[in-house]
Design a binder for this molecule. Sequence first.
Ligand code: MRU
Length: 336
Amino acid sequence: VASPLRFSGGVLELLDQTRLPGAEVWLRCEEPEQLADAIRRLAVRGAPAIGVAAAYGLVLGLRDLRGEEPSARFEAVAELLGSTRPTAVNLRWAIDGGREALARALAEGHDPGEALREWADALARDQRDADRRMAAHALALFSERSRVYTHCNTGGLATAGSGTALGAIEEAWRAGLVGEVWVGETRPLLQGARLTAWELEQSGVPFHVVTDSSAAALMARGQVDLVMVGADRIARNGDVANKIGTYSLAVVAERHRVPLYVVAPLSTLDPDTATGAEIPIEERDPGEVMAGGPALNLAFDVTPHHLVTALVTEVGLLEPPYEESIPRALRAQSPA
Ligand code: MRU
């Protein structure tokens, strides 16, 4: 599957995900303002992909200092990009990493622009690597001809790698372990029906798109063996913020004793957020739900940790109690 972004010659190009699957249009970003606009419009979307795009947005920003000190310019761009979408923590995580990379470059007398470029390339590489490792760990959750239900889009488009939940599903399919993929269409912007369907078609994985409200019925008929989704932010206690509709999926899955797995890199775990109640939930334009009418457009919801069977990260499966397994995984990653 094509990567949703590429950086070369000082230009960040984004595959405009608002135009898929009808048209493959590449947007050119030469200024961080153009990227900020693209993130807000969901031209680039999915928590890890937003993080990778923001890393290159910082590189774009540091190319032209506009007469400012590198650190001051960095903070202005960080503020701009950081304010685009509130829920996905990978955005803040990428910006924090860029700030550290810049501080190191300045302390060691390296060119800030070049240092940030190298850092952004490494971050993108790490994401691709994390995706591969998550998919490998997730294989153990499938059995012969598993029927898996997924929500939103968590493929390469959402990570700039091979994907989280969808990458794992595709890997399991290649291993001969998948009998059916149910793709929830994902109202109102149809990341499932447009983007996941497009990606699965490209990889040759057979699937069926269903309306979001079909999940309970499919489970009642015994046609779902597991649910696999991604995450935009996971609190320290294991509460998971993900695309609106994930919580209802988790409730019906528990009701039908279907396990629900959340596939997410460690960069989606937020040690600064104690529980899901503290996760900011993005509210988008009501016009996306209903033209002209009164509507409330919650972009995400929080699935309480007790409905999450396990988290699949690049360092392996994290199981309850999450208040122990999550801090342990984060400590192992950065022993400092
Ligand atoms: O609003 P979106 O399309 O950016 O929401 C994306 C999701 O909710 C994904 O499930 C999440 O970012 C994980 S993607 C690997």
